[in-house]
Design a protein around this ligand. Sequence first.
Ligand code: SF4
Ligand code: SF4
Length: 369
Amino acid sequence: MSGSRIEQHRQAYAYCAYCPKICRFACPVSDAVPSETVSTWGKMTEAHLVTTQKRSLEPGGAKALYACTGCMRCRTYCRHENEVGFALFTARQEAIDRELAPQGARSTVRTFSQFGNPFGVDLSPLVARYRADTPVRFQLFPGCTTLAKRGEVLEAALAVGEALGAPFGVAKSSNRCCGYPLYAAGDLREFERHARATAEALKPYPELVVLDPGCAYTLRVVYPRVGVALQTDVRTIYEVLAERVDHAPSRPPMEETVAYHDACHLGRGLGQYEEPRRLLRAAVKHVREAQEHHGEAGCSGGGGLLPRTMAEASVTIARRQAERAAPDGETVVTACPTSRRMFERAGRRSEDLLTLVRRWINAKDERRR
Ligand code: SF4
Ligand code: SF4
């Protein structure tokens, strides 16, 4: 195995390979799949053995490299703060190059190379539908999952922004995917090329408000890791709205009990734990915290392309996280569109934070009529 990207993770691989599995309990994939091969230790040892030429990559080893959602939960318990997801996603390039990557990863790369996003659709007409007719204070980057699959979340974002004095207009350049699927598939060369082109496309925007925490994390954290510096200041929609929650029309929180799931990219990825909670507590009266929350929060199984490479395990992870977050069957509220989809696939009720806040605002309007 060669290449400077992989070389930069040699120490990370070695830390895990020689570790007495301190974070064994933390990994959602090894919690769902009873095999030492997919434990943090097992996956990183595979990468260590291949990078030190003690073993060549084979189909079983390649599969292990993909058994990671990139949730960063192991990092919370690691003395080295090892960035295991980043290290494993980088090692996946070897599986891509040797045509050993799982089918779900290879098809994602193929679709992306054709359409520039993982959904195989042209996003421009969707962007045009939501563009503002008049100048707005904030340019919004919804992310392709929301654009292609969750129109109601985007509509909620626009309505909540309006109500809180933060009018959004969908940015023309949000017809581009941020590139996370290429990063998670392990095609780091293509990801870097895509990131450079996206940084160029975003140049006209001094500031961008990003709806999907995965996109915000990719733009803010992953781009610099591959040497791409954005000239655009990227903020999450939760930061912007939380700052303005006091501007919402005065109304008591709704008489509901919901559970809150910390999205990995928003929480551990960007350190935003309180911003979504401020919005949630304004909107509903009873918020149940998960057994593990903030930096220790569980994962919904939706990251790292796991739903495409280990579909059954990803749903098991979502089901277990929903049980931990909402043991009495409460609706699981999350700021992550992918997590919401995962909870629904696991047969649980789930709601996007933005649609919930919109319901609260609409409830106020109804009371006034
Ligand atoms: S992430 Fe840290 S704690 Fe976990 S196996 Fe690696 S070195 Fe050990
Ligand atoms: S990043 Fe998450 S899924 Fe990947 S090894 Fe660490 S705990 Fe497991």
